[in-house]
Design a protein around this ligand. Structure first.
Ligand code: AMP
Ligand code: ZN
Length: 113
């Protein structure tokens, strides 16, 4: 399988990891949409949130826990931030490996595009 985020998680792309533990890694988005724009991903490949089996849904909490820690480190709390999971074509997902976007450092608007 040829997955760019799996390759990043394995350390094969030279991408600097800003967070890592046994199940989760995080790195800066290549095309940042905010002063802080970090992608938080599971080491294990899931094509999207819909592809996480119910028995493994705890990985989503692990992603959220990493995002929480990163938000503290980057000092985007208590000013605030946005966590985004795009899923599927109409959700705007372009990379088929589950990821959370952690966006902060500017005022977010609603509704999102
Ligand atoms: P999504 O549209 O939700 O699937 O988000 C995919 C994100 O991955 C986009 O924000 C891209 O800028 C980002 N991206 C794609 N390739 C890379 C890469 N090699 N390193 C870092 N970010 C990437
Ligand atoms: Zn993958």
């Amino acid at each position: 399988m040829d997955c760019i985020f799996c390759a990043i998680a394995r350390g094969e792309m030279g991408t600097k990891l800003v967070y890592q533990d046994d199940e989760v890694v995080a790195f800066e988005d290549l095309h940042p949409q905010a002063p802080t724009h970090i992608l938080v991903i599971p080491r294990r490949h899931y094509a999207s949130l819909q592809d996480v089996p119910a028995a493994e849904i705890g990985i989503v909490a692990r992603l959220a826990a990493a995002a929480q820690e990163l938000a503290r480190e980057r000092r985007i709390w208590p000013s605030g931030y946005r966590l985004v999971v795009n899923a599927g074509p109409e959700g705007g997902q372009t990379v088929s490996h589950l990821h959370m976007h952690l966006l902060g450092g500017r005022q977010m608007v609603w509704p999102p595009g």
